[in-house]
Structure formats: C-alpha cells, structure tokens
Design a protein around this ligand. Structure first.
Ligand code: PMT
Length: 400
C-alpha cells in the first residue's frame, strides 16, 4: 500500500479502562513520524480526557458527529477519507457490535462506515463480555469483512477477574499495524493484469452465449493487488460491479476481444492473473440479422476460442502467470494438468456448480504450483483475494 508522506493514522478510542493505553499508542505513532488524529466516543472521554490526546498529537481530538465548526472544515466524510489506516484501540464490545451492524450513531462509527481504508480493532473488555456469543459473532462478521483483529490478550483484568479480554500492549498494536501496512507494499512498481467476469459470444445482433461469472472474485483480486502497491489493469467482461479504487478497467465482451487486450497490456506487465470465465467456444458464424423462429430444433456450430492464458504465455515467457481452474470433479488432477498444459506459475482451483464460486459472495481455493501448494479456506471473496495475492507476491519474489 502507498502510504502518504508523512503517513496518517486515525486512532479511534472507545470506552473502557484500557483507554489509557491508547495515549501511549498515540505517542508511539507520533514518535514514528505519523500524523495522528484521535476520535473518541463519549464513553471514552469518561476514562481519559480529549486534552491528553490533543497534547500528544498536536491535533484537536474529535468526538461530536454534529459539530458545525468541524463539519465546515474537515467533516466526517473527509475525516473518513483522510487517513492511511484506522485503528480502534481499545475497541469495546459496544463498538464491535455497532461496526458489525453498520450503525452510524456517533462520529467514530459513522466514519468507519464511510471509509475504504484498512481498519484494525484491538478489543478490550471483561472476559465474559469477550466470550459472549454475541461478541464472538460480531468479531467473526468483522473479520469476514476484512477488518484486522489485534488481540485481545489474557491475564488479570481491571475488574479483578482473570481471562481473555485485555487490550494488547501498545507496542504489540503498533508493531502489528506497521507490519500489516509494510507487507502490503511488496508489489510496489509491479504492473499486474487481471481478467475477470464472463465473456459473451454473440449468436446474432441481440443474442449471446455466456456463463454465470459475476466478476466478484476477479475484482476482489484487482483490489487486493492495488492494496499491496501494484499498478493494476483489469480486463473485464460484462459485470454490474463498480471499478475498484485505483484500478484501470478495460471493458471487453468476447473471448477474442479479451485476448487482444490481454496481449496488448501484458507486454508491459510482470504479473497476469486469469480469473475470467472465458467461453471455450464461440458460434462459428454470427447471424447478421436476428435469427427467426422456424423449426422445432435449431443447430448452432461452435468453433474453439483461443486459450488466452496459453497464448499470452507464449508471447511473454517472462510473465508470472496465474490461472484459475473451475472444477466440478477431480479438482487437484485437473488443476495440475492446467498448470502444466498452460505453462503457468500458479493455479488457483475452486469447486463450482451446486451454487459454489460462480456469482457467490464467498469462495475457497486450492493453490498448486510446481512442487507445492496450499489451501485458502472458505471466506468472503475479498479475504480470499487478499490471501491469494499474498501467496502470489511471495511466489513472484521467489522466482529466479
Ligand atoms: O466471477 P465470480 O462470480 O466471482 O466467480 C469466480 C469464478 C468461479 C469465475 C473464478 O473463481 C474462476 O474459477 N475463474 C475461472 C473460470 C474458468 O473458466 O475456469 P476454466 O477451468 O474453464 O479455465 C482455466 C483457466 O483458463 C482460467 O484462468 C481461464 O481464465 C483461462 N481460460 C479459459 C478459456 C480460454 N479460452 N482462455 C483462458 O485463458
């Protein structure tokens, strides 16, 4: 990820005795050269004063959602756009519940809803509140959405009990946030091409053959590559998805158009990731006029489409190439066969059919490369994409 210079942190502080640790955390980030803006909830201000953070950060601590003076300067939407990352430490059970529900009833919850920046939470609460099924389900929801959980640790609690629920020490939170943002920069300067979505193979001026790909997995891969610093060109079949931030999108329809664009863009790239569900065949002839209803049956002759991955590989032998494999049987054998046949560096295989992978919000992948492999368990497609891109980045760096 490209951080601003100097980097900017929005530190959310919520109600709990651990709020005092947030002061030390703010000091650490300031000392490391970050601009730090603190946003406190009303409950947090019962434990530590806003003035403490103002003195440490040199910025007025924010708290009120409806504050006309601040809204005229940096309103809550600008505040949501301002930082490179948001860390909520301590994160109370109440705040985790609000984030999981998407509530916007104070400044902190509102700006978390209005941001697309990486969000980290450091939970801190009584051990029974932490163990409660409601809190655990809220935390699982947040993790599924890509929010990073930092802690909690266990030990003696302020309430006199012993157990899990202590906020991580400020150094642990600081190190984890810096490590997460640092590792995210390992594709700086790399140009990645991603194909996504279905292709449409026309039959006549109004009809076409296509498949159920929504583009969600490919768009999530494009977003995850941008987050790690890559320059990304997304060659997309028809989808209803917004273009991920920072991505250059080129729209195509047929497999032949996707191949033409892929060859042109791949010449300038280092990574190529084929998530698109490309039609293997197209109609041999496209009727110039709308086909008329006539006999009881109709025969269409299909011709084989070019294989995009194999053709790009032949044209660009130095490219690091990742293919997907959509399988309804013998997943591992078929995926390994595609790895060899298309001369790929890595294949990401997913089970499809029976409501899996195509047009769903979650996915699971088995990754294969020459002499190895790993699994990415079922999760939201955004999380699966982040994990896949982490493996791709590692394998790309290891390449001779
Ligand atoms: O878009 P979503 O709804 O999020 O669904 C995601 C997905 C299921 C489409 C995705 O995860 C996936 O599996 N994509 C590959 C689908 C596919 O066509 O698989 P395949 O096994 O038929 O093809 C193998 C590989 O060859 C793929 O990388 C494909 O892009 C590529 N290919 C296929 C045919 C062709 N003519 N040229 C190609 O390059």
């Amino acid at each position: 990820m490209n951080l601003s210079s100097p980097p900017k942190l929005l530190l959310g502080v919520t109600g709990g005795i651990a709020a005092y640790k947030a002061a030390e955390l703010a000091r650490m980030f300031v000392k490391a050269g970050w601009q730090v803006q603190v946003v406190m909830t009303a409950h947090a201000a019962e434990f530590v004063t806003p003035l403490t953070f103002q003195a440490l950060t040199g910025r007025e601590t924010r708290g009120a959602l409806f504050d006309s003076a601040h809204e005229a300067a940096m309103g809550h939407i600008e505040l949501a756009r301002w930082p490179d990352a948001i860390v909520i430490a301590p994160a109370s059970a109440n705040t985790l519940a609000k984030l999981a529900q998407g509530r916007a009833d104070d400044l902190l919850s509102t700006l978390c809803l209005a941001t697309d920046k990486p969000l980290f939470v450091a939970p801190a609460m009584n051990r029974l509140m932490w163990a409660n099924a409601a809190t655990q389900e809220n935390m699982a929801t947040l993790r599924r959405r890509g929010i990073t959980q930092l802690g909690p640790g266990s030990g003696a609690q302020a309430c006199g009990e012993v157990g899990e629920g202590r906020m991580w020490e400020p150094e642990q939170v600081f190190d984890a946030v810096c490590a997460a943002l640092d590792s995210a920069r390992d594709l700086d300067g790399v140009h990645a091409v991603v194909t996504a979505g279905p292709t449409r193979e026309p039959l006549d001026p109004v009809r076409f053959i296509t498949n159920r790909s929504s583009g969600k997995q490919g768009y999530a891969v494009a977003a995850a590559l941008v987050a790690r610093g890559a320059k990304v060109t997304l060659i997309s079949g028809p989808t209803n998805l917004p273009t991920p931030q920072g991505v250059l999108r080129i729209d195509v329809e047929s497999a032949e158009q996707m191949l033409g664009m892929s060859l042109a863009v791949a010449a300038e790239a280092q990574l190529f990731i084929g998530t698109a569900a490309v039609a293997d065949y197209r109609a041999s002839t496209i009727a110039p006029e709308k086909l008329k209803k006539s006999g009881e049956t109709m025969t269409v002759t299909f011709s084989k489409n070019p294989d995009i991955l194999a053709t790009v590989r032949d044209a660009q032998p130095r490219l690091f190439m990742v293919g997907f494999a959509a399988e309804t049987e013998n997943l591992a054998d078929n995926a390994r066969a595609k790895l060899a046949r298309k001369k790929l560096d890595l294949v990401a295989a997913n089970w499809v059919g029976e409501g899996k992978a195509f047009d769903t919000d979650d996915n699971a992948l088995q990754l294969f490369w020459d002499g190895g492999g790993t699994e990415i368990p079922r999760a939201a497609k955004a999380i699966v994409a982040e994990r896949l891109v982490a493996v791709i980045a590692e394998r790309y760096r290891l390449r001779p």
